[in-house]
Design a protein around this ligand. Sequence first.
Ligand SMILES: O=C(O)c1cccc(C(=O)CC[C@H]2O[C@@H](n3cnc4c(=O)[nH]cnc43)[C@H](O)[C@@H]2O)c1
Length: 241
Amino acid sequence: MTSYDAAPEPGGPAGPATGSSRVLVATAVPAERDAVARALATHPGTGVDVLAVGVGPAAAAAGTATALARADAAGRPYRLVVSAGIGGGFQPDAAVGSLVVADEITVADLGAETGDGFLPVTELGFGAVTHRPPPSLVRGAADATGAASGTVLTVSTVTGSAERAALLRLRHPRALAEAMEGFGVAEAAALHGLPVMEVRAVSNAVGPRDRDAWRIGAALSALTEAFGKLTPVLEGWNDHD
Ligand SMILES: O=C(O)c1cccc(C(=O)CC[C@H]2O[C@@H](n3cnc4c(=O)[nH]cnc43)[C@H](O)[C@@H]2O)c1
């Protein structure tokens, strides 16, 4: 079953009888949702739902948590959550049009500025800044799609300068891409005790803002192609890490 924009209604149509086979894919915007849905349409009966939950970590966390709670209440819980969409790629490691699977989902700007630099919220004694997807799932996804695996950063502000891009890479040397939802989706999944992964098709280079250079169409096509290969991996994966 593929859902659009709202969480599946409790007791609603379609979907497998048992809840344990279900996977939730959360995108930011409808164009990304539709790109994933095009691939899911070639794999009918998968039990993979895709929702557009909004742009940014707060909308992503709220929308994902709501979908997970509704599914629980309906007695048809999800077993895996995927954050997916387009993203910025750090050059030269993640070229425009390429695919990145996160082995770490890290929020880059949750913390405090101090006289000695940025302190992540964990160093202030709170919360988390990183979620780690199951290694076997990351490997399976990367093998199936040809994606590179590395850290995907979650930012509330799209990077717009070479200086900021360089600073992010200095703080996160394994970062391949940045986007705006992964950490929010991961926090919602963690709240429900579920594993999470993130897949990004690179639409633009992280760096000086040049919106005309964003290759959104190519990235959305790459996302569709990726989910064509990824869907059997999501279906077949079991949490035995
Ligand atoms: O204008 C369109 O047609 C269109 C179609 C699909 C998606 C978009 C977006 O603007 C999606 C915003 C979404 O993309 C992520 N993103 C993409 N590049 C970056 C980046 O360099 N830094 C951070 N985030 C990026 C992000 O997750 C946004 O939610 C437009």
